[in-house]
Design a protein around this ligand. Structure first.
Ligand code: DX5
Ligand code: ZN
Length: 223
């Protein structure tokens, strides 16, 4: 099944609860929460207190994308704040294997993210230990950027690798996804789709439904 994960970064920060409820009611599966530290990426977004306070207003799975140096420092606090899935960048962890193990120990799902220029082979050895891999399709740090086309091949490479190992790892794509380019990444093997501006710009409920219709059509073609 393909899951839509609206990115909170694209929402109206004065009306977070309203926007979250809108995408939840329209059928989104995850809420993608972008935590930025101003060091791994230039920008600073939000952290644990915001996540903890939003936890009370939705049942959506909290998919926390850590754009933070040495994110292992925050794994326990994030889990306590309500994270269901914690995603760390391979480029930000000195000890990636240990960071993944510590996420799993909290009971959260573990994921690893790759910047556009990082090859899929960088995570070959830890692939069996993660529930999801995030292929960034923009350079992380800001919403509203343009999709980088060469990342589609990375999704295809990863899907083939996952299949050949007999794994069922989810593949997430994040950055510049719109209804016009999402079919391409679905076709390459992605099954968790992050979208910020293309969900929250305009009518968020209608935009979610538009994505879900595309997912359904793509699913029918596969079978
Ligand atoms: C970018 C973040 C994304 C961002 C996506 O660094 O990781 O999750 O919010 O926003 P759009 O869909 O607008 O590119
Ligand atoms: Zn993200």
């Amino acid at each position: 099944m393909t899951i839509l994960a609206p990115s909170l970064l694209g929402a109206d920060f004065r009306n977070l609860e309203r926007d979250i409820k809108t995408v939840e009611e329209a059928g989104a599966g995850y809420l993608h929460l972008d935590v930025m530290d101003g060091a791994f990426v230039p920008s600073i977004s939000f952290g644990m207190p915001v996540i903890a306070s939003l936890r009370g207003c939705t049942n959506l799975l909290f998919d926390v994308h850590m754009m933070v140096e040495e994110p292992v420092r925050y794994v326990k606090d994030l889990r306590d704040a309500g994270a269901d899935l914690i995603c760390v960048h391979a480029e930000a962890c000195r000890h990636l294997d240990s960071a993944i193990a510590q996420i799993r120990q909290t009971g959260a799902k573990a994921a690893v993210a790759l910047n556009p220029a990082t090859p899929v082979s960088a995570i070959d050895l830890v692939l069996p230990q993660v529930d999801m891999v995030l292929i960034m399709s923009v350079n992380p740090g800001f919403g509203g950027q343009k999709f980088i086309p060469y990342t589609v091949e990375k999704v295809r490479t990863l899907r083939n690798r996952v299949r050949s190992l007999g794994l069922s790892t989810d593949i997430q794509v994040d950055g510049g996804i719109t209804p016009d380019n999402v079919e391409e990444v679905l076709d390459a093997g992605a099954n968790v789709i992050v979208a910020g501006s293309s969900v929250f710009r305009g009518d968020a409920g209608a935009n979610v439904k538009k994505f879900l219709e595309i997912f359904e059509r793509a699913g029918k073609q596969d079978s």
